[in-house]
Write a protein that binds this ligand. Sequence first.
Ligand code: COA
Length: 216
Amino acid sequence: MHGTAIGCAIHETNPMSRSLSARPRSTPRLDLRPFRRRDLEPLITAVGGSMDELARWLPWVHRGYGRADALRFIRDSSAAWVEGRAYDFAIRRPEAPDDHVGNISIWPVSRRERSGEVGYWIRTSDAGTGIATEAATAVLAVGFEEMGLHRVTLRIAVGNTPSERVAEKLGFLREGLLRKEVQVAGDWLDHTLWAMLEEEYSVERQRWVEEGWATG
Ligand SMILES: CC(C)(COP(=O)(O)OP(=O)(O)OC[C@H]1O[C@@H](n2cnc3c(N)ncnc32)[C@H](O)[C@@H]1OP(=O)(O)O)[C@@H](O)C(=O)NCCC(=O)NCCS
């Protein structure tokens, strides 16, 4: 899940030395917290049950995804957090804490420019209920308020309408086209680049609270 791109953390670029608090973050419906070893089985179940949708867009997904892949991800996720390379959050509902809903990550792209990127996936059985949008409000607060970012980007494969819709709902602006940006199942996919700036975040955050996506 790590190390390639899109919908997951890119862990090899510009590590930030300072780390982030591992405390859980919350939204009106969700808890977001770092991964731990016992997330292994719920993670495998969620990926397996979402295979068709995830495999269309994410480079790390493959039909045989299983224990070794999930274990590698959880181990690397813990190391990345401590090293400040990336912050992966397990998305859960407080009423069903052992049920894995999806992943959302934020990682620094450039320390000098104070830029970062967000990636996410939501299990298919929960898609279309606003989970990605709501979870993103929490990691954008992490990015702009805790990491001190100036600019946060999203890269979305052309044709991934649900993800474009998430970007639009949050108030990201589409900046351009990245040709043949990521290889998924042997095909090079064009992506659009979306961004939000810190001054835009301050305005959007208020709207997210009014929409009920973020806690005030
Ligand atoms: C993209 C993804 C994260 C969206 O998560 P989600 O929790 O369903 O997102 P939300 O419910 O917040 O918003 C999805 C929006 O897309 C809309 N949508 C869903 N399917 C759609 C379709 N086929 N065409 C148009 N809109 C669609 C939903 O109606 C919703 O918009 P609305 O609130 O205006 O009705 C999820 O579908 C997913 O994990 N996909 C596979 C992995 C992936 O693509 N990750 C992102 C990589 S950039």
